[in-house]
Design a protein around this ligand. Structure first.
Ligand SMILES: [Zn+2]
Length: 316
């Protein structure tokens, strides 16, 4: 059994997106209750969030963007940068707690206190760009964690695997010129899906050419196609890159019961993908893997998806 960290903090529920917004506090409640009811809490190292230092946020986002975001949350406006991005007075502080919690998970893994971690954070991050909020995301939690790994912990090669059903446009753009961070995304075909980026020919830029890989999947596809591409493509490509740490953008919105996509992954299909990513971390990264929640909106399925995810991290 592994020593697995579980980041959960009730303050993440304070990011109020208003009525009928899919990115709701109910998502995290469902995940926490699922893990609790499965009897897993005693096996996990539960830890609370702490706010991130702006120094780390600034490795990915501009000072001007951070100021604009804070000012928006302190004003009476209810959305920031795009109509999907609802904010409340607490959103800025909660977004700092999301990043800070993920960085603390990284620190715990790097100091050997835990082997790996699942960070159940809100708001999510992979759509957040250097200079703009997008797709329910404000700060790019995973991108900042990659920079923190490099600057604070001397890690040279970071692998990011993003299986959220949407393309992580922010993460790709932040690292597309950088050969030291490999961004691999599996997502629904961009022709039909938000945000429209992540086509197969987007493979990085300049020195970063080859360190971005996009695998769009057609609507209606599911377990069989995902399993095939994980074996044939993700595994060999990531093994060749040989990341020292693996970060996972864990989005559960490709589930067949999730209204956000037309991808038909089953709960077991999700488990098989994660098992392979965990095996990859074991093989390349000394088991060092930090998984960070992105999307996933089916309140009914999130508990079982999170339970299976955490069991794989625990190796039970
Ligand atoms: Zn998504």
């Amino acid at each position: 059994m592994k020593r697995t960290g579980f980041l959960y903090d009730e303050r993440y529920l304070l990011h109020d997106t208003g009525p009928n917004h899919p990115e709701s506090p109910e998502r995290l409640k469902a995940i926490y209750q699922g893990i609790k009811q499965a009897g897993l809490l005693p096996s996990l190292t539960l830890f609370l969030a702490m706010p991130a230092d702006l120094e780390w946020i600034e490795t990915v986002h501009s000072k001007n963007y951070i100021k604009r975001f804070e000012a928006a949350c302190n004003s009476t406006i209810s959305t920031f940068d795009c109509p999907d991005n609802q904010i409340c007075a607490d959103t800025f502080v909660i977004a700092l707690l999301a990043v800070g919690g993920v960085l603390d998970a990284v620190r715990r893994v790097m100091t050997g206190q835990i082997d790996n971690a699942f960070c159940a954070v809100r708001p999510p991050g992979h759509h957040a760009e250097h200079e703009s909020a997008m797709g329910f995301c404000y700060f790019n939690n995973v991108a900042i964690a990659a920079r923190y790994l490099q600057a604070e912990w001397g890690i040279q090669r970071v692998g990011i695997v993003d299986f959220d059903v949407h393309h992580g446009n922010g993460t790709q753009h932040i690292f597309e010129k950088d050969p030291t961070v490999f961004y691999y995304s599996i997502h629904q075909h961009p022709t039909f899906a938000f945000p429209g980026t992540g086509r197969v020919f987007e493979t990085g830029d300049g020195e970063g050419e080859g360190a971005t890989r996009n695998y769009p999947v057609l609507p209606g596809h599911g377990d069989k196609e995902y399993q095939g591409l994980v074996e044939r493509d993700l595994m060999p490509v990531m093994e060749a890159f040989s990341p020292e740490v693996i970060l996972v953008s864990a989005g559960f919105d490709a589930h067949v019961d999730d209204d956000m996509s037309d991808i038909q992954l089953s709960t077991e299909g999700y488990s098989r993908i994660m098992q392979r990513i965990a095996a990859l971390a074991e093989h390349c990264s000394n088991g060092r893997l930090i998984s960070v929640l992105e999307g996933g909106y089916c309140i009914k399925r999130l508990p079982e998806l999170a339970v299976n995810h955490v069991k794989i991290l625990l190796n039970i």
